[in-house]
Design a protein around this ligand. Structure first.
Ligand code: ACO
Length: 327
């Protein structure tokens, strides 16, 4: 049976670190509050002059090295980001140019923190039905550029980074299936009010700080636990699997209490969820591929293992992928 497998993964994290103690000097907060309420200790920040496409390029190069392929083997580029370098060209095209690849499709998707989950499913289908052999899925986010560093309820949560995966047509099945969903009526829980066609950037929008991310944290918290739990259950039911059949869960890293809440909800030991939030915070779509890359490099993903990735994010969007690790 034909399938699409993950041939390699890569990530990129900028060097500059902001710790909780740094935030104590910037806003009215404490290391203790941030650690106990979120699990985050530090996050990475992209230097001035470096954009999402630059981080995406580095993660993509690392994924190609890991997969053992050359750049000219890539047949399409799918980039998921809510922090594009600019409205257009698509960040995927900017990454394509920086990689020096010509004449292949390149496009962006915008499903916030669920971007890599949506991206894997779209890429799998391009490979299975579109005649493409090898795809690059890259999620890259400079969340620091839409962060209001005077808003303590948001700024402590976010960080920058990029993760990528190379998918390839195979006789084995790798991405077994996905569950994807969205509910636009919750869009106002997590959004950037200005800078788009509704409220184009003006002195007024900048003065009112409307180009920064706004969110209703406590409502999102509950929805996140429900939607991530639902996504895992839907996949287990569809494939007639028990939670014990899954070797490792790779969740979006928004809040350690959300991850633990999903584990508790489903009766799954928390240790089965890969966590790196303490080092990077929430990097939107980049969280899942970076966690997958780390878990792979640590030898936690073994050939034949069943893995579930799961996320929720702005939109609201949510979903999960069921993957048989094929390397
Ligand atoms: N330091 C100290 N106190 C704080 C801070 C802070 N950094 N932030 C908020 N507080 C205060 C609040 O003002 C509030 O004070 P009050 O009781 O006097 O009003 C108190 O702490 C409790 O606030 P809550 O919002 O109820 O705290 P909660 O336990 O819900 O934690 C958090 C807040 C961490 C935001 C949590 O709700 C959360 O993680 N929600 C999900 C957020 C999320 O995942 N968003 C996605 C963003 S990224 C993306 O999708 C692109």
């Amino acid at each position: 049976m034909a399938g699409a497998i993950i041939l390699g993964t890569g990530s990129f994290l900028p060097e500059q670190i902001i710790t909780n103690h740094d935030f104590e000097m910037m806003v009215d907060t404490t290391d203790e509050w941030i650690t106990t309420r979120t699990g985050i200790k530090e996050r990475r920040i992209c230097p001035r002059g470096m954009a999402s496409s630059d981080m995406g390029k580095e993660a993509s190069l690392n994924a190609c090295r890991d997969a053992g392929i050359s750049l000219d083997e890539i047949d399409f580029i799918l980039c998921s980001t809510i922090t594009p370098d600019m409205f257009f060209p698509a960040t995927a095209c900017l990454i394509q140019a920086k990689l020096g690849i010509k004449n292949i499709p390149a496009f962006d998707i915008s499903t916030a923190c669920s971007g890599f989950i949506y991206g894997l499913e779209i890429a799998k289908n391009l490979i299975l039905t579109g005649g493409y052999r090898t795809g690059l899925v890259v999620s890259t986010e400079t969340m620091s550029r839409m962060t209001d560093y005077t808003d303590r309820s948001v700024c402590v949560l976010l960080g920058d980074g990029a993760g990528a995966a190379i998918l390839r047509h195979s006789d084995e099945e790798g991405i077994l299936g996905s569950y994807l969903s969205a509910d636009g009526s919750y869009g106002n829980l997590l959004y950037v009010p200005a800078g788009g066609s509704l409220n184009p950037a003006s002195f007024d929008t900048v003065e009112k700080r409307m180009h920064f991310m706004q969110m209703e944290g406590s409502r999102l918290f509950k929805i996140a636990i429900l939607t991530m739990s639902e996504s895992i259950n839907r996949l287990l039911d569809r494939f007639n699997l028990k939670k014990e059949d899954i070797s490792i869960f790779i969740p979006h890293q928004a809040n350690l209490r959300i991850i633990n809440g999903v584990a508790k909800n489903l009766g799954i030991p928390a240790e089965k969820f890969y966590v790196n939030i303490e080092r990077y915070g929430n990097m939107s779509a980049a969280c899942v591929p970076i966690a997958m890359d780390e878990a792979s490099k640590k030898g936690l993903l073994k050939k034949g293992d069943l893995i579930i990735t799961v996320a929720f994010g702005g939109g609201l969007t949510w979903g999960a992928n069921l993957i048989r690790w094929a390397r």
